[in-house]
Design a protein around this ligand. Sequence first.
Ligand code: GRF
Length: 213
Amino acid sequence: MTNRIVVLVSGNGSNLQALIDSCQTGRIRAEIVGVISNVPHAYALERARLANIPTQVIDHRKYPDRAAFEAEMSRVLQEWQVGLIVLAGFMRVLTPAFVNRFSGQMINIHPSLLPAYRGLHTHARVLATGDKMHGCSIHFVTAELDAGAIIAQAITHVAPNDTLETLTQEVQELEHHLYPLVVAWIAAGRIALLGNKVYLDGQELQDPIRICL
Ligand code: GRF
């Protein structure tokens, strides 16, 4: 079932594009069966349409509360018989009830080396602190924001002349390599979550898989 992927988006969708491309080349042996956006005019929707992937706009502003919004998302996910939910720039916090319902089936990409810099504005915070290393993390989604078990990280060195723009671009390039790789592993049944531990090929990961590109 992990070969039926639904991607949740809110914006540009460059990570979605990387996943679409990898499915098309066969690098990911799975199908993106649908894309859900909570933002009606997100460019990610256009990317999905160009790839002939079904799309659904579920505008959170049209629902009385989070539970109603998520009930509609659950309905669509169920209709599409989702195996793996991939959050790719999806800018809504999900309730514990929703997260628990899809435990072990939902992953997110975050632009920092978690557990450092949960939340927003990660690149600016890295520059302000003067960190030498930065990158992105892919983790299973749990009720606590950006705190689920980490599967993999890609790392870049922060150069003295890096700016918000260069760092943003570098980390996005890392994301576009790392997300397809991890999704391919999950689709192949190589990665699983048991309790709050990540297993790769049946072995518990002591640390996230780290890739320096
Ligand atoms: C990425 O940087 C991701 O880490 C963060 O949101 C951004 C989404 O970019 N969660 P895109 O929409 O995939 O281009």
